[in-house]
Ligand binder design. Sequence first.
Ligand SMILES: Cc1cc2nc3c(=O)[nH]c(=O)nc-3n(C[C@H](O)[C@H](O)[C@H](O)COP(=O)(O)OP(=O)(O)OC[C@H]3O[C@@H](n4cnc5c(N)ncnc54)[C@H](O)[C@@H]3O)c2cc1C
Length: 454
Amino acid sequence: MATGSLRIIRHGEPDYEGARRAAVWRRNVPDRYPAAIAQAHSATQVAEAVAVARREGLPISAYSGGHGWTSAHLRDGAMLIDVSRLRDCRIDAATRTAWVGPGLKGRELNDRLAVQGLMAPTGHHDTVACGGFLLCGGFGWNFRQWGNGCANVVEVEVVTAAGDILRASATQHSDWFFAARGGGAGFFGVITGFRVRAYPRPAVMRANTYVFDLNDLEPVLDWLLTAGPEMPAYAELLAAASSYAPDGGWAPSRLVVSALSFSNTEAEAEAVSAVFRRCPLADRAVLSRINLPTTLEERYALSTAADPPGHRYAADNLYLSADGARHAMPRIAELFRTMPTPRSHVFWLYQGKSPLGEDMALSAWGEIYVAAYAIWDHAADDAAMESWATSGIGALSPWSQGAQMNDEAMFLRPDRYLSEHAEHRLRTLSRTHDPDGLFLGFLTRESAAAEMPR
Ligand SMILES: Cc1cc2nc3c(=O)[nH]c(=O)nc-3n(C[C@H](O)[C@H](O)[C@H](O)COP(=O)(O)OP(=O)(O)OC[C@H]3O[C@@H](n4cnc5c(N)ncnc54)[C@H](O)[C@@H]3O)c2cc1C
């Protein structure tokens, strides 16, 4: 739905720097300068912007909500196509699907679905947009039961390098459909809409929490490796360390273990709590809350308090097998115990066995997910903070089973974000459907070095 005309802001024009900064959610906006930023309101306007870029010989990148941790869309000399204004949300309760624009926030989608008694596995933070979340794979609410965000995409609308607008699904333009589900910045078009599945909203949401002293980390993570496979699929099981207290204060570093259940009955919720109650270290917990009623609103508020806007961020991640996580325990412990600022945090997430059977680019997986997020305020600390995240995660790389595209840091530390087969297919499709290499693709040290500032 177009609500304005296409606006192209050139480098040097008065509104340029505001538009460039708006493309990055975090405060540490990289020093990379597109030649022009095209603000589109519709797929047709995106096609117009692609035509302008082609005419002027500018390579293209696109963004939806700007949460990507390395901002692969911010590229020197490019035409940056901003689709954050494409925010359609049309719900079809009969088929339990929703048509969403890439700029729509996951929270907005879930607020709209709630009215129909539905819910979708969007990102855990208020402001993450559907565009990048779904294109990169997406670990959303109840992901173990409902699958990754992109596994719930049934159709996409794409503007191609030729300026065509097409619809892709499992049965038409299936190459594009493969690439749009997990291809991330390697996608060779601009996505202007997604049709996604929704689910009946779980009737009983419960939170189970233990808080331990960080000294108990190793035995607690050991227990989680046993508890994970016992946990019903409708529970998100994670351990996180942070010394930030939600009331705004600072606490000594603690290990918070949480199992959030999305169930339909009390008995189902109790099955999750039962695994928690069997924790042999329960009496060492400094706080314990079992089977507490909670709401999606409350969970969004907690996630947003943990990752508030207005700060500088660096993130890195990788997947491990359960065995790998056991072997890497001393290095994981080191990561948890060396968080560089009170707000920084580390995640250890139980993902379970790979559900990735479908024909989609999303293809890296490990039973355990570990991610490090540095959060700080002063530019002088940028290098040290990035280095903590990437060297701490890098220390686990001997056991790496790949890395997750949503938290990608490939510009800072290479890892395998796609299976070899999926990466080969994505690159081959990119050459076929974008033969002139108009779309810039992944941002790595090598690609950045090749892109000369214009
Ligand atoms: C505070 C915070 C919380 C987060 N929580 C979660 C979470 O719970 N689960 C999870 O899985 N991830 C999470 N993430 C990671 C997030 O999902 C990814 O950064 C995702 O890419 C964000 O989508 P976006 O549209 O906002 O980002 P963008 O930065 O706009 O997109 C990321 C990249 O995707 C490409 N792209 C984006 N839109 C398009 C498009 N329409 N067409 C073509 N290419 C496009 C570009 O290369 C862009 O650089 C979180 C990130 C932050 C900052």
